[in-house]
Write a protein that binds this ligand. Structure first.
Ligand SMILES: Cc1ncc(COP(=O)(O)O)c(C=O)c1O
Length: 414
């Protein structure tokens, strides 16, 4: 453990006022939750909002609801490179995982392959806005219509991102967001479900009625975790938790045994004033991402305002990656790897995929590194990160994402 300034890979700080609202939420939880639901309904401009204890819990509830609408279908199609929480939720909902390889340039479905991935028993497809980079929802929605699939939007990493005027999360049949640690805004742990569909909302409501509230012990434990996170997230102190392997910070885990609860009043309280916090934090993310993009000479996005949760960069070779990882560790720069393997290589479920291979997802797992963009990243950190990357990366080409934004901007302005 080295005592030095250490930048966390991702951070969404919680201020003192929010902590006080969190405490008040223990006593006036109903009111805080009702207000939060109203604000989210207004923000996403949808009829139905549901709150859950995490993004995983939200996704599991959604999948169970969709399954009860189409009980004969049991497969969920996802990108072969995504957060391990996604297959965890699919398996928890009693469904099976189908994979489509990804395009390393967009970190999204390879659209040339997607069509061949729909099967007779596919229930839905999950479109993911990884790091806040919007998926091509037009293409995915059309694919869903052609094949009779529900479209679930995984906006866990994209709260506050937009497609034209519409918030990410509100573009499919149903979407969800994460309020977990290190997301765009956080209440420690939490999930939001967004839908305009009455039939889906009815089923979700039925699922929700069977879900328990958090116990007071669970609420207090969550509050203490948030308090510790608030203290130790600062770069001057982050060396301590990041040096404790037992905390497993930054590790992605496949785990189907997670709690599914309602969001507590305390957590809703922690989110008081979330809209302003979200705007401020995303403005900083967009600015830092833009500065890193310019200095590293990456292709400049047409839409410079993507609030990247982390800035993804593909590194050239294993040696380059090791060099960058070692420098980041030595200097506490917060450059991090993401998911260590494609989904088909998760031990617990690899049997489902037989001999199938997803070479580009494997390549992304090997080569992807992400740079921190949050508000604790200083100008000096950006300089040091860029020095560490000199000549070691391949440009992360955001062309496809840019093209789609351009279309959207044209459409919105016509
Ligand atoms: C893409 C993606 N989907 C789903 C989730 C699950 O969200 P949560 O951590 O709130 O359960 C995450 C969380 O990191 C995520 O990054």
């Amino acid at each position: 453990m080295k005592i030095q300034r250490t930048v966390p890979p991702a951070a969404a700080p919680i201020g003192m006022r929010s902590l006080i609202h969190g405490l008040a939420g223990i006593f006036f939880g109903k009111e805080y939750r009702r207000r939060l639901e109203d604000e989210l309904r207004d923000y996403f401009d949808v009829k139905y909002i549901f709150l859950a204890s995490s993004g995983k819990a939200a996704l599991t509830i959604i999948l169970r609801a969709l399954r009860s609408l189409l009980p004969e279908k049991s497969r969920v199609l996802i990108p072969a490179y995504t957060c391990f929480s996604v297959p965890s939720s699919i398996v928890r909902a009693g469904l099976r995982v189908s994979l489509c390889d990804v395009d390393p340039q967009t970190l999204n479905f390879d659209h040339d392959l997607l069509e061949s991935c729909a099967q007779k028993d596919t229930l839905c497809v999950i479109a993911t806005h990884l790091f806040g980079l919007p998926s091509d929802m037009e293409k995915i929605n059309n694919f869903g219509k052609r094949n009779g699939l529900f479209i679930v939007e995984d906006a866990a990493q994209a709260m506050g991102g937009k497609h034209g005027e519409k918030p990410l999360g509100s573009l499919g049949d149903v979407g969800f967001l994460s309020l977990g640690r290190g997301k765009n805004i956080t209440c420690g742990s939490g999930g939001v479900i967004v839908t305009d569909s009455e039939s889906i909302a009815c089923e979700i409501e039925r699922e929700q009625r069977q879900i328990d509230e958090m116990s007071i012990a669970e609420i207090l434990k969550e509050f203490i975790k948030v308090l510790l996170m608030t203290i130790f997230l600062r770069p001057s102190l982050y060396w301590l938790p990041s040096g404790l392997p037992s905390l497993k910070l930054g590790e992605t885990m496949y785990d189907v045994d997670f709690p599914i609860r309602k969001l507590s009043g305390m957590q809703a309280g922690l989110l008081a004033g979330w809209r302003r916090r979200l705007e401020e934090s995303n403005a900083v993310r967009a600015r830092n991402a833009s500065s890193l993009t310019a200095r590293l000479n990456l292709p400049r996005p047409l839409l410079t305002s993507v609030p990247y949760l982390r800035l993804p960069v593909l590194v050239k070779s294993r040696e380059a990656r090791e060099h960058i990882d070692a420098l980041s560790l030595k200097e506490g720069l917060g450059i991090s790897k993401m998911y260590p393997a494609p989904i088909n290589q998760i031990d617990e479920i690899r049997g489902q995929f037989k001999e199938a291979e997803f070479p580009r997802a494997s390549e992304v797992a090997e080569r992807l590194r992400t740079l921190p963009t949050h508000q604790f990243v200083s100008e000096k950190d950006i300089e040091t990160i860029c020095r560490c990357f000199e000549n070691e990366y391949d440009a992360f080409n955001t062309q496809q994402v840019m093209g789609r934004h351009k279309n959207c901007l044209n459409k919105c302005s016509s």
